[in-house]
Design a protein. Structure first.
Length: 156
């Protein structure tokens, strides 16, 4: 069972790290190390929640609710994510980074629960979403700046 747990945190760390590499490449507030640690920590919390208290319950009167720690991970990640959001010059920055940290925590929880296919599919979708968003932003910016320069030329 210990090898299975190690595999779970390893897969979580790799998937979180891949998303973190994309954020690092884009020079965003939270990069490889943050995403790596959030995914690994979330997986570890899920494993502890699901399996760490088995011997503590010795009577039928007590029940184990494995979702309680997972719910607290979500709350804690909300706090970390809020720290990445900055409001300056009438613009909000860091929302995508906060959302990335949030989804990486969910991916880590999925790995901790042994849901590798779900975690991997989610990671792929996150990376596609981040890259597609970046691609369309650049296309829009090029189109917008080209139109603006044509308007400035027409004024002269």
């Amino acid at each position: 069972m210990t090898l299975e747990f190690i595999l779970r945190i390893f897969v979580a760390a790799v998937l979180g790290g891949l998303i973190g590499l994309e954020r690092e490449y884009r020079a965003k507030e939270a990069g490889f190390r943050t995403h790596f640690l959030v995914a690994l920590g979330s997986a570890l919390f899920m494993i502890i929640s699901a399996y760490g208290f088995e011997g503590a319950l010795v009577s039928a009167e007590h029940r184990l609710d494995v979702s309680r720690i997972a719910a607290q991970v979500v709350t804690g990640i909300g706090f970390i994510g809020a720290g990445t959001i900055i409001f300056q010059k009438n613009a909000v920055r860091g929302l995508t980074t906060a959302a990335g940290v949030w989804v990486v925590a969910a991916i880590g929880l999925a790995c901790g629960a042994g849901m590798y296919a779900l975690a991997t599919a989610s990671s792929v979708l996150v990376l596609i979403g981040l890259e597609a968003f970046n691609y369309f932003l650049h296309k829009f910016d090029k189109h917008s700046s080209k139109r603006n320069s044509e308007e400035e030329d027409a004024k002269m």
